[in-house]
Design a protein around this ligand. Structure first.
Ligand code: ADA
Length: 691
């Protein structure tokens, strides 16, 4: 294969970038130097169209948004390319790797991936949203170039979730890739358990899997040092083991108790670290640093979410992982920026819908303090046995790979799988939910399980998760948004013991689109703001609601969505480029601690009205008092009233430029916001009015 594939581009990779020769475990970035061509491995061998790419990479960054051009590569219902793509990379293997174990690790590829090294087929991974690795050790030629070939397939497959979902499935090696170089005797899995945590003390245990790829037996020990958030050592633990060659075993460390723990919470995201050293006789052969957090929580049908013993109102959003100009191939710094934006809005919870997301996302949630519901992509429909098996593998991978993140509190099993199916499919769906729930509980009894549904259709599906997530679109797809509160009350009356979580509610909004007289589902910011106000008011007034997550934090790619921007689901609080809409500031005024003021609306500066017409001006603020000035004159200082509060002023605007200044005050702090409005008097309407 090497010679056939080296036709066009042969970029060699030197594994030197982040190599630390002294380190017993090396992690080398494999993001640079790839070549890519559309098509299968066989097609690629004949192709001369190779292009140089670096990871993260996706082949659908553009064609997922060009459907108006009706491209000829239409596959099934998708207008973007869903098929095969082939990547290749030369790896310059170092002589220092003699006697070492070398594996290639991909953080994610959508969604079926086959890997070869120097023409030897290493295997296939089916998934799309979790990491996977292959052992390269027996196939590498040291001191020489080695060829890695990767075929990725994002086409529809009946046995791979999701069958269909309202988001674009951008194909490619869309996350980071690494070479991991270790001793043949190494730690392959590390889980930190925190079974009992209280204000006074925290029990901590570590479960590991140690793998011995030497041919001879190993007699060794595992040693741990636990460090607090300030980096100070707080305790030690160790265990000895004997392990036959070519085998693996569990080595666990129990019984450690940490006094007066610094608890993890969105307000104080304290992180502990356990430093693990794997020793063969007295020599350290592997090392891992694993962060963890100490907290306890539960969802209560009457009191909502309780964290570390106190109720915490869940202020949540959903997040898809794509972004304008990147598709799914978003670099880590932008993943982190998303979490920062969510956090700056004052949210304390994120549902990572509808699939496991990048390690950078989970790390940011741990560090910045954002509670997480993470789920597998069983969305809309389910298939039969092979589909169920894939779904279970996805659940296992998600839980094992993200187990140590203190931010995660909920594992999600499925989304809107109960629809208008045949009875037989309903039966499979409930069955699958039961199995997934049991598996999640077996792998991780410390967290709660959830599912998001639009309907249960008489099934007992909600009995197979701890939380019942409801996706509700009052005032968007049906009814009126004012009906949402009544629906919540009715739901509670039917099942007072259930934890009700509103996993989705949202409205399509085009940033910068305003109308004087908005109407339902018209995509205006004006109407969308009214929608969110009504929803949040209803949620705020009901402390028993387990939590809620807005659909969605950001606009996202959805080939099937019409809307008024084709190919984009516009229910974001910020647009696909991450520019906040008015509703972002509305939530910030409700949720954030840091003082803010926003005159509604910075994207509505050209306005019209009739002569003598009185206009309502609004400010979003979390201040205790807000004063609004128009052209230098105060329109009045208002103070916050208990309960639901809105900052509104009625006034007339003058023709031409009007200068608005809002001044908000809280705890001796002051912020202000300024806006110029260009006001035009609509004479036509005046004349009509006079007639
Ligand atoms: C469903 C689905 C989401 C989302 C939403 C919408 O509730 O779970 O994936 O796309 O619809 O915007 O219509």
């Amino acid at each position: 294969m090497i010679s056939r594939l080296r036709i066009a581009v042969a970029i060699s990779f030197f594994a030197s970038a982040s190599l630390d020769a002294d380190s017993v475990r090396q992690r080398l970035s494999l993001n640079e130097g790839w070549s890519f061509v559309r098509g299968s491995v066989e097609d690629a061998a004949k192709s001369s169209d190779w292009e140089s790419v670096k990871l993260p990479h996706s082949w659908n960054v553009e064609d997922a948004f060009d459907r108006l051009e009706a491209p000829d590569h239409v596959v099934a219902m998708d207008y973007y390319y869903r098929g095969l793509g082939t990547y290749r990379l030369d790896i310059e293997a170092s002589r220092d790797w003699e006697g070492r174990r070398v594996e290639v690790l991909f953080e994610g590829a959508l969604q079926r991936t086959r890997v070869w090294c120097n023409d030897v087929f290493l295997g296939e991974y089916v998934g799309g949203y979790s990491a996977f690795s292959f052992d390269l050790t027996p196939h590498l030629n040291l001191d020489a170039a080695n060829e890695l070939v990767v075929e990725v397939d994002n086409s529809y497959h009946f046995d791979i979730p999701p069958h269909r979902a309202d988001y674009t499935m951008y194909g490619g090696l869309y996350r980071d890739a690494w070479l991991v170089v270790t001793d043949p005797l190494h730690l392959s899995k590390v889980f930190v358990d925190t079974p009992n945590v209280s204000q006074e003390s925290a029990q901590v245990a570590v479960r590991t899997t140690v793998r011995n790829d030497h041919s001879e037996a190993a007699e060794g020990s595992l040693e741990a040092i636990f460090k607090g958030p300030d980096g100070k050592a707080m305790g030690r633990s160790s265990a000895a083991f004997v392990l036959a060659g070519g085998s693996e075993t569990s080595v666990d460390l129990n019984g450690l108790s940490l006094p007066n723990p610094a608890l993890w919470s969105p307000a104080s995201p304290n992180l502990y670290t356990v430093e693990l050293a794997l020793k063969l006789k007295d020599e350290i052969v592997d090392q891992r640093q694993q962060r963890f957090g100490l907290r306890w929580f539960r969802f209560d049908p009457n009191r909502g979410f309780i964290l570390n013993g106190s109720p915490l109102k869940v202020q949540g959003v959903n997040r898809h992982q794509d972004r304008a100009g990147y598709g799914f191939a978003v670099p880590n710094r932008l993943h982190r920026e998303d979490i920062e934006l969510i956090k700056a809005m004052g949210a304390n919870f994120v549902r990572l819908a509808h699939y496991p997301q990048d390690p950078a996302v989970l790390e940011a949630c741990d560090e910045l303090g954002l509670l997480v519901w993470e789920e597998i992509p069983v969305v809309t429909g389910v298939g039969t046995e092979a589909f169920a098996a894939t779904a279970k593998n996805m659940l296992r991978d998600m839980i094992e790979q993200h187990y140590n993140h203190p931010s995660i509190v909920v594992w999600g099993l499925m989304n809107e799988t109960i629809r208008r199916q045949l009875d037989e499919e309903l039966f499979w769906t409930v069955d699958l939910c039961r199995d997934l729930n049991a598996l999640a509980k077996e792998l991780d009894p410390s967290r709660v399980t959830a599912q998001a549904q639009f309907a249960a259709r008489g099934t007992d599906i909600f009995d197979h998760s701890d939380i019942r997530g409801w996706n509700r679109y009052f005032g968007w797809y049906y009814d009126d948004f004012e009906g949402f509160g009544e629906w919540l009350d009715a739901q509670r009356e039917v099942e007072p013991e259930a934890v009700i979580f509103i996993s989705e509610y949202g409205a399509g909004i085009k940033r910068g689109y305003h109308l004087e007289n908005p109407s339902q589902s018209d995509f205006t910011e004006t109407w969308g703001t009214a929608f969110h106000k009504a929803h949040w008011k209803a949620l705020m007034e009901r402390p028993w609601v387990g939590g809620s997550t807005v659909w969605n934090m950001f606009d996202f790619g959805s080939e099937e969505k019409g809307g008024n921007i084709p190919g984009i689901n516009q229910k974001g609080l910020a647009d696909f480029d991450r520019r906040p809409k008015d509703v972002y500031y509305f939530y910030q005024s409700q949720w954030a601690e840091k003082l803010m003021a926003y005159i509604v609306s910075h994207t509505w500066v050209n306005r019209t009205g009739r002569i003598g017409e009185t206009k309502t001006l609004e400010v979003f603020s979390n201040g205790d008092a807000v004063e609004l000035f128009l052209n230098g004159n105060s329109l009045g200082r208002q103070t916050r009233q208990p309960g639901w509060h809105e900052w509104l002023w009625s006034t007339q605007l003058k023709e031409g430029i009007n200068k608005l200044r809002a001044v908000a005050v809280k705890d001796g702090e002051i912020v202000e916001d300024n806006l110029l409005i260009n006001y035009t008097v609509n004479l036509l309407e005046v004349e009509e009015g006079l007639e």
